[in-house]
Design a binder for this molecule. Structure first.
Ligand SMILES: [Zn+2]
Length: 171
């Protein structure tokens, strides 16, 4: 509960687009109500096969949060395999099927990929660029315009971060 209040406080102060690398059902039960309350938007990178698991958002929940306009559903591959470990047809399937499945559920374009565990390499980034406009790692710091959009760096926000720590990270 303390964590939720910390998030509320951060959201109410920052009131800026929050990007959350996430996929579990708590995106629906915890995150979505906060976004509605404060009118803040977020991106959820979704494993397309996860819609069939109780742990994750269901198809109906994915459709609902996407239709709200508050949560952008983007791809986190089909199975969450680390992409540098696969190639050829398997790599293509992870990139293309996840996109088409999520687009089929939401009716909206899926233009971004979150690399599982943030792992990528030049071959993976090149293959991803055939399907996506952007692809994000899970860390690496601030992204600056002009940097490669297929290896976007991000700031990792760990669970339980204090408000002052959060402010220091984004300043
Ligand atoms: Zn992941």
């Amino acid at each position: 509960m303390v964590y939720i209040f910390q998030v509320e406080d951060v959201l109410s102060r920052a009131l800026k687009a929050a990007e959350r690398l996430g996929l579990y059902r708590d995106n629906y039960t915890n995150l979505y109500p906060l976004l509605k309350k404060y009118g803040v938007k977020a991106t959820v990178f979704m494993i397309s096969d996860a819609v069939y698991s109780e742990e994750f958002m269901s198809i109906d929940q994915v459709r609902e949060v996407s239709a709200s306009g508050l949560i952008s559903i983007q791809s986190h591959t089909v199975s969450h395999v680390q992409l540098p470990d696969v190639r050829g047809e398997r790599l293509e399937t992870e990139l293309s099927h996840s996109k088409s499945i999520l687009e089929g559920i939401t009716g909206k374009p899926v233009v971004a990929l979150g690399y599982p565990v943030g792992k990528t390499n030049s071959a993976v980034a090149s293959a991803a660029s055939n399907h996506y406009l952007y692809a994000a790692r899970s860390s690496g710091g601030k992204f600056t315009c002009g940097n490669d959009p297929m290896t976007m760096s991000r700031i990792y926000i760990k669970r339980g971060l204090s408000i002052s720590e959060y402010a220091a990270l984004i300043n």
